[in-house]
Design a protein around this ligand. Structure first.
Ligand code: HEC
Ligand code: HEC
Ligand code: HEC
Ligand code: HEC
Ligand code: HEC
Ligand code: HEC
Ligand code: HEC
Length: 451
């Protein structure tokens, strides 16, 4: 198990490699800026943002610059770090990942009240929702039980990558590579994925004026209880030092990686400010401050008007599709071919189903899903009832093939994309005998970049 070094030694470990002498006393706090604890942010976003903001003010630009120097070494692998270090004071790159992506006016962060406030009046919905994969899909590695299982473990990462050695400290998970050991530990900051199927680690690093995301090479899979190569990374070849820890995402891909797994957050120089980890009420319903005020004033009409809660079929599919993917997230060629890997993107399938296109806007995601509960909350019988809402002729013959039951297994079959991870084909249609054996397969089971 974990060879838990005494704290001072672990600091030494991080400070080794020549940097320690130079930046003694600065290196650790600077890493802390890269990786603040998020516990308070989840419970009380405003309070947390105040603390982090004052922390930044207090520690100042110098430490941020230190962090950049260190990060630059990973990025450059021995090359002089200078091109990656900005010359002047840190320029702030602010990236909104709150629901402003929906095209509506950007709601100020202060309009968000947090899901614990919603729980005061909607306790039933909240108590179910809090246990869903949505609510638990993002955490600091210090708070993720799956991440904590990595502490002290060693595992081969395949081929050129070498052997990963994991350690934990009170800020979360860190990794080193046996074959390349140089005393610098690479932090793995966030655990992405609820663990219902899988958990992948993510690190955000400032790279010059930009922030990059490093999706760690190893992913934990529930089906096997073990780790394997992160889907989509099998064919990667490492070049810079940073590549040995995983795949680098930049720009829009990096921002969306975080955005799709959180309620609010604001990426600034490799950090997420105003983070509300996981997908909670206000991600879908919009910020709730006005709604809560009106409800507290007993003005039900104003309360109802002040919160987003009614969507047309197409609007709801688009809202869910912001994360579950819409057709325009995909390359046209892939879309046309519809390989099995596309079953991962339910809106894409649903939108081309005759059930959707020929039902005059009556079909939405919530026709068959409770948006506040895990999928298992609806039994198979309930799923069949949702088909029967529209397919119930007086003769009781629902299906041209004469079946009155089992609709899903024939018309929305589950397809296993990764061992133990299946998705139901939401392109509702008449399939060939064996959908999975139709040969229309591609290798890319990753989802972080859908193209
Ligand atoms: C002080 C009590 C209170 C709080 C706190 C509260 N609500 Fe409500 N909410 C109400 C009342 C009252 C209604 C209207 C009557 C009803 O549907 O029960 C309502 C209705 C709603 C509706 C349905 C509106 C409709 O069209 O029927 C949604 C969605 C909603 N709330 C979401 C939220 C979210 C999200 C939060 C947290 C940001 C929240 N509420 C916090 C009292 C509250
Ligand atoms: C456009 C939105 C989007 C982006 C970008 C995105 N995800 Fe996801 N992620 C989802 C959705 C939706 C699911 C659930 C369905 C699925 O697994 O495809 C999911 C599931 C997961 C899971 C659980 C595994 C599973 O199959 O359920 C992990 C782990 C994960 N994402 C990590 C990441 C990481 C790391 C990145 C960025 C490097 C990323 N995601 C980028 C939307 C996104
Ligand atoms: C993934 C998106 C999503 C999240 C997260 C979410 N909701 Fe909803 N919610 C919806 C949708 C969609 C509807 C409308 C369902 C319909 O049209 O039948 C809805 C309906 C509602 C309603 C009115 C109908 C009802 O079921 O009573 C309330 C109240 C509500 N949500 C409160 C909440 C609260 C409180 C939370 C957080 C605990 C929350 N929602 C989280 C998507 C979401
Ligand atoms: C006609 C019914 C129906 C509609 C509409 C529908 N789904 Fe599903 N969905 C299902 C069924 C059935 C399952 C499998 C449930 C189970 O495993 O118990 C499922 C499963 C899922 C899953 C889990 C992964 C998988 O594919 O098995 C996700 C995510 C999902 N749906 C998202 C969506 C989204 C987003 C929409 C709207 C674009 C949507 N669904 C619309 C019936 C539907
Ligand atoms: C902010 C991004 C986002 C939005 C918006 C969103 N989802 Fe998801 N959804 C996810 C992610 C991420 C996961 C994977 C959670 C995990 O296991 O880590 C997921 C998982 C699911 C699942 C599988 C849950 C289970 O119990 O296995 C269903 C079903 C689902 N979403 C339906 C919906 C529906 C319906 C909507 C719209 C009302 C919606 N989602 C909106 C990101 C989103
Ligand atoms: C909102 C209404 C609605 C719901 C819910 C619905 N359908 Fe449909 N479906 C339609 C309409 C309309 C058509 C096109 C006319 C027809 O064939 O009846 C259709 C067509 C179909 C077709 C033929 C598709 C093709 O390409 O030829 C199948 C198969 C089907 N539905 C199965 C299902 C199953 C299985 C479910 C439940 C998981 C379901 N439908 C839920 C409305 C719906
Ligand atoms: C054992 C597999 C199976 C089951 C179970 C099944 N179907 Fe079918 N369904 C088929 C086949 C095969 C066809 C195509 C028949 C044909 O074209 O001769 C079909 C055709 C249909 C069609 C008409 C397609 C068209 O173009 O007109 C609809 C609608 C439909 N099914 C709905 C359902 C519903 C709803 C259920 C559940 C109550 C269901 N099916 C259960 C295999 C099945």
């Amino acid at each position: 198990m974990a060879k838990r070094l005494p704290k001072s030694d672990r600091r030494q470990g991080r400070l080794a490699g020549g940097l320690g002498d130079l930046y003694d006393g600065l290196f650790l706090p600077s890493l802390r800026i890269l990786r603040p604890r998020q516990a308070t942010a989840r419970n009380c976003p405003q309070a947390a943002s105040l603390t982090t903001q004052s922390k930044i003010l207090a520690t100042g630009i110098v430490l941020t610059a230190m962090a950049i120097v260190i990060v630059a070494l990973w990025l450059a692998d021995g090359a002089p770090p200078s091109p990656l270090v900005p010359n002047g004071p840190a320029q702030q790159v602010a990236i909104e990942v709150d629901p402003s992506d929906t095209g509506e006016p950007t709601p100020s962060y202060h309009q968000f009240v947090g899901h614990m406030t919603c729980a005061e009046c909607h306790s039933e919905i909240h108590s179910v929702h809090i246990a869903t994969p949505h609510a638990n899909t993002f955490a600091s590695t210090s708070e993720s039980p799956i991440a904590q299982q990595f502490c002290g473990r060693t595992m081969s990462s395949g081929g050129k990558y070498g052997t990963y050695e994991y350690q934990c400290d009170d800020e979360g998970l860190l990794v080193d590579i046996q074959e390349r050991r140089d005393g610098r530990l690479f932090p793995l900051e966030y655990a992405v994925g609820s663990g219902k199927h899988a958990v992948t680690f993510l690190t955000l690093l400032p790279d010059g004026a930009e922030t990059i995301g490093v999706e760690h090479r190893m992913t934990w899979f529930r089906a096997s209880g073990e780790s394997g190569i992160t889907p989509g990374q099998n064919a990667d070849v490492p070049e810079r030092a940073v590549d040995f820890f995983g795949r680098v995402f930049r720009g829009e891909d990096m921002r969306r990686c975080v955005s799709c797994h959180v309620t609010t957050g604001h990426i600034v120089r490799g950090r997420i400010e105003n983070l509300t980890a996981g997908i909670h009420c206000e991600r879908c319903h919009g910020p709730g401050k006005e709604h809560v005020q009106a409800a507290e004033d007993d003005d039900t009409a104003a309360a109802t008007a002040a919160i987003r809660s009614k969507w047309s079929g197409a609007d709801e599919v688009a809202m869910c599709g912001e994360c579950h993917r819409m057709p325009d997230d995909l390359a046209p060629e892939r879309l046309k071919r519809y390989p099995n890997s596309l079953v991962r993107f339910q809106p894409v399938g649903l939108l081309r189903s005759r059930c959707f296109t020929e039902s005059a806007g009556r079909m939405k995601c919530t026709t068959c899903h409770d948006p506040h509960a895990p999928v298992e909350s609806r039994s198979l019988a309930m799923q069949l009832d949702s088909c029967r809402q529209c397919h119930s002729k007086p003769t009781e013959t629902h299906c041209a093939a004469g079946h009155s039951d089992g609709c899903i297994k024939c018309h929305m079959p589950a397809i296993e994309l990764l061992p133990g991870i299946s998705f139901h084909d939401h392109w509702i249609r008449v399939h060939d005998n064996d959908a999975a054996a139709d040969g229309n397969v591609d290798d890319d089971a990753g989802h972080a970049s859908a193209r």
